[in-house]
Every structure is written in structure tokens, then in C-alpha cells.
Design a protein around this ligand. Structure first.
Ligand code: FE
Ligand code: FE
Ligand code: ZN
Length: 276
């Protein structure tokens, strides 16, 4: 069975997201842990999380994906921004300890002229401070498009971060199809080779989730503009190969395409139809 869902608003809580997912015929979903632009999270609502857990079990929703706010920059030059990133991630991971079925994805960060090595060191330092041996939540580094000074535009950069993290068993990678294509990996014409490279550099056992997005721009453009499935430069045929690829087909897929709920429902139905 294809594990597929889309990005949902977390404004009304977990149970509401579970209901929305079922309505869209999704069996998983992604959500922001708080306002994507940063700021305080809503008070922790354990009753809502418990109600959600029961609902999810009943409706066959298993693992979901929490997404850190994209303003979180673990390798910012400004120390107060790094502290914000640390505090935010610490609070997010604490909250997720009440919901063991959610993984946690974040953008590694932007090194802003400090150089990629400095960026990698800061990111690993923050993870080493926050990851705990007893935690159940797996933390995912997202593959990035390479916009500006984003860290994580190559598999090697992600590998370098992972290499510096002590509790590696708590870490994984989320592959964003729009981002890797934007970063210059040809998943349209050479999917097998790209996945082989991923395996050699990072290890396919680290790959835990896929962000399934088409791209508004050609390969290698480093722009990070998502497009609806089949309407961008990646195209439907390549998307179908991706969801069916033996190395990917059992992973959860999350749509982050520019859509309203009806658009997501259509894409979910379309992709299910093409899953063999
Ligand atoms: Fe993301
Ligand atoms: Fe993404
Ligand atoms: Zn993106």
C-alpha cells in the first residue's frame, strides 16, 4: 500500500489533522510544529494527542512527520538565532515525546558566508546537545535545493553532518524531490544512479521519508519553487517511477505542492492509481 499524505495546517490540533487526512484519503501527513515563520507554539494539549492517537490507530494512519519552522537556522552566524533554533528544537522534541509515531524533519540551515564547514559543525553541535538516548523521535535532515547558502545541497554535506552526530541511530534523511532536482541530481533521467549515489554517500537505510514535489524550474536551478504533481519540470512519469522504485516504494511520501485541500485529494488519488 502506498503511504501518502500531504502537508496539513496544525492550527486546530492533531485530531483535526487526522480527520482532514482521512477526508483526503491520505494515510499519513506532515505538519508544522508551530507557525512556520517562528514564534511560540500553542500550549501542549496531551488530551488532543491521545484522542488523535486513538483516531489514527482506528483509521490506519501510522507514522506522521513533524516539520520544524523554516526560520529555524541551526548554523546562523548570529548567536541569538542559534539559541532560538536550539530552544525551538528542544521544545519540539519534548512535545513529540508525547507522540512517538511522529518523525521530525528540519532544514539543516544556511551558513550565511561562514562557509559550509562551519555550518556543518554548528548543526552537528546542536544535534549532539539535544538528542537523547531514550528519545523515540527520529530526526530527519532534509535534502536542500541549494538556495543562497543552504547547507545540505549535496549528499556529501548531509553525510558530514551525520558523521559528526554521536547518536546516529536517532537520525535519518528526508529526500525532497523538488530540492534534489533543483540541486542538480537528475531524478528524471537517472533515478537509479542518483539513488545509488545516495546509497554510497549516505546509505539508503538512512532514508526515512520523501517530500514529493514537482518543480517550477529546470534541474540545477537552486530556486526551491514547488509545483503541482505533473505540472512541473519533473513530470508525472518521473513521479510514478519514484513512488514505485524498490528503494523508495515503502517509505512515506508527503506532498508539499501548492494546493488547496481538493488539489491534494486529487494528487493523492492520482498517485495511488499509479502505484503498482
Ligand atoms: Fe522542508
Ligand atoms: Fe520539503
Ligand atoms: Zn522546498
Amino acid at each position: 500500500m502506498l503511504r501518502i499524505g500531504c502537508h496539513l495546517s496544525s492550527a486546530k490540533g492533531y485530531l483535526a489533522m487526522g480527520r482532514e487526512a482521512v477526508k483526503l484519503k491520505a494515510n499519513t501527513f506532515q505538519y508544522f510544529t508551530r507557525n512556520p515563520r517562528g514564534g511560540a507554539a500553542k500550549p501542549l494539549d496531551v488530551a488532543d494527542m491521545e484522542a488523535y492517537a486513538a483516531f489514527a490507530k482506528e483509521h490506519g494512519i501510522d507514522q506522521i512527520l513533524a516539520h520544524a519552522p523554516y526560520t529555524l537556522n541551526a548554523c546562523a552566524r548570529d548567536e541569538s538565532l542559534r539559541t532560538f533554533a536550539r530552544n525551538t528544537m528542544e521544545d519540539d522534541l519534548y512535545r513529540l515525546s508525547y507522540l512517538p509515531s511522529s518523525m521530525y524533519n528540519f532544514h539543516p540551515g544556511s551558513h550565511v558566508q561562514q562557509g559550509v564547514e562551519v555550518g556543518i559543525d554548528y548543526i552537528a553541535e546542536l544535534l549532539n546537545e539535544l538528542l537523547k538516548p531514550e528519545q523515540k523521535t527520529i530526526v530527519l535532515l532534509e535534502t536542500m535545493a541549494g538556495k543562497g547558502s543552504e547547507v545540505g545541497r549535496t549528499f556529501e554535506e548531509l553525510r558530514s553532518i551525520l558523521d559528526k552526530v554521536e547518536l546516529q541511530e536517532k537520525m535519518g534523511v528526508c529526500l525532497d524531490t523538488c530540492h534534489v532536482y533543483d540541486a542538480g541530481y537528475d531524478i528524471v533521467e537517472h533515478l537509479d544512479e542518483v539513488l545509488r549515489e545516495f546509497d554510497q554517500v549516505i546509505g539508503l537505510d538512512r532514508l526515512r521519508a520523501v517530500h514529493l514535489n514537482d518543480s517550477k524550474n529546470p534541474m540545477g536551478s537552486h530556486k526551491d519553487r514547488h509545483e503541482k504533481i505533473g505540472e512541473g519540470s519533473i513530470g508525472l512519469e518521473a513521479m510514478v517511477r519514484i513512488i514505485n522504485h524498490p528503494a523508495l516504494r515503502d517509505l512515506p511520501f508527503f506532498l508539499e505542492t501548492p494546493n488547496e485541500p481538493e488539489g491534494y485529494a486529487k494528487e493523492i488519488a492520482l498517485l495511488k492509481e499509479h502505484y503498482v
